[in-house]
Write a protein of this length. Structure first.
Lengths: 317, 317
């Protein structure tokens, strides 16, 4: 039998990444085009079509369907996208129908954080689990709950917003309007701001050397590098991030009684010290009967997780 | 057709309350016996049997089954109760099997907070809702999630522990071992302690008069009475409690995207100022797309909610 492939579309604020993905979650070909978000939804949709067309032109693989991971509020049932934060002027767009009509292929749209969770379920660290909590640490903090092999959607389809649970009701104001959300501790921008502030009192940190004293060059990657070179300040930062994430995840475990947690995204690259700290914190904070069977795993989809997660929507249906 | 009835058993630390309940959730007869918790599980089980026998002796109604609401970790599948906090020496007891055998009636055991949620679903404020978040404010803060007409149990049966989500990771240590749990703000003991401390700076509050200056007499009921008499301090206390509960519930809504909330238990008796404050706080903190359709309702099962909730387990199956 001829192998079938899916197309995954990772719709981002600056780039639309499109890939052809096999059933094991391996990308066989991919392209990236500009989103041109500022030009509004018609242009962005044209760019998505352009990306898909570029792949279809040079590739004769049999395509089973198209999956799109989108920011914003997505109704996967209707294939609509509402008010995606970095895509101005969208209001509500019937993205699924438009793409399905253009390519005459079954098309599935899902919120990007949920697509990441489904990606892990179909191809990744969640394959062995019927239920898990997925958290993605990037610019924002995304979440998705897999329960008994299915995405937990809630009453209206928006469940799983782990980034917006409050761990300090008096905390920093979040983009979402609330205070002390997990995202205000673990979103990239906040992590870097926090590190930069703390560095002023830690003049001996290797981070000065690695950034040539230009603190604007600090990224999660540089922090990880410094940690690997033995920088104690960076280790402490990573452990603190793990603790903070653990505070939030303990609440999520107490609410869902789902004990496998998969962490993806850039900050997850901090590896062992992050994961150990998350696990230790959850285990010390979750209700006693929920302490057995706790598992904290790193996501398997790393590079191009967005494309892979989106493509998994086709297989998930 | 002859009307059928259920028996509900509310297993508490000091009293076992047992009632015969009709299909509308009305108690037709009830008794209360001592738990004798300190004498261990055999004695407590004997007391439960005693309570049920007292009712069966004087009552010839046709009984369909027995429901038991128990503290502790309950496996409703196996009918077991593990380590209930106020019942020493229990470890793991096959309570369901024991009672079922004794009375030759189908017997169902559920955690008391979950039984309260099912009670609202079957008889109460949840009848009109397929999905809702139930929170019970008593000595502790209990929770239960109803999703698509069923109790959401999670991977291992312990889901819905709303009282133990953290709203301030640096907050007061909770009985559960964690810090800043919702219960440390809204559990009765904490509410009274907090009020007593604040009263020292509010010498004109009516609470002094109502308790004859004996602050040990402060209860949620007295606070409510003072509020009804126009005491501004008590109003402020009630509004603060509502806000605090709102901080926690906003996280729960963001995670489950379930937008109907039912609040029961003593503190829920504070009525309007509490409910308004909870609703306002949730609406201002939850993600924008989740703000429509938010509903905050008072539980309908009030007196003997424990018996009614337990009896509803029979109809729920």
């Amino acid at each position: 039998m001829k192998e079938k492939y899916s197309i995954g579309v990772d719709l981002g604020g600056t780039k639309v990444k499109v890939g052809i993905v096999n059933k094991q979650g391996r990308i066989v070909q991919k392209v990236s085009v500009n989103t041109f978000a500022e030009k509004g939804p018609d242009k962005v949709i044209a760019q998505i079509k352009e990306g898909i067309n570029l792949l279809l032109k040079t590739n004769k693989k049999e395509i089973q369907g198209i999956g799109i991971g989108s920011p914003g509020t997505v109704s996967s049932k209707r294939g609509t996208v509402e008010n995606p934060p970095n895509l101005p002027g969208w209001k509500k767009v019937h993205l699924g129908k438009i793409i399905q009509k253009e390519f005459a292929l079954p098309t599935f749209v899902e919120n990007d954080a949920n697509a990441a969770a489904i990606g892990e379920l179909i191809y990744g660290a969640g394959k062995a689990h019927q239920s898990f909590i997925m958290v993605t640490l990037g610019t924002g903090v995304g979440g998705g709950i897999i329960y008994k092999g299915k995405l937990f959607k809630g009453e209206f389809g928006g469940a799983g917003e782990i980034g917006h649970i409050t761990i300090d009701y008096n905390g920093t104001k979040c983009n979402c309007g609330s205070y002390g959300c997990l995202e205000t501790y673990l979103g990239n921008k906040y992590v870097i701001k926090n590190v930069t502030t703390k560095l002023k009192k830690n003049k001996t940190s290797l981070l000065y050397k690695l950034t040539e004293k230009n603190l604007k060059k600090i990224t999660p990657k540089v922090i990880h590098e410094a940690y690997l070179l033995g920088d104690k300040f960076s280790l402490k930062i990573i452990e603190n991030l793990g603790e903070t994430l653990g505070y939030g995840l303990a609440s999520v475990v107490n609410l869902f009684d789902i004990r496998t947690i998969i962490i993806g995204g850039g900050v997850a690259g901090f590896g062992k010290p992050l994961f150990n700290s998350v696990k230790k914190t959850i285990a010390s904070r979750v209700l006693t009967p929920m302490r057995p069977h706790l598992k904290v795993k790193q996501a398997k989809l790393k590079n191009n997780a967005g494309i892979k997660g989106a493509s998994s929507l086709v297989l998930y249906q």
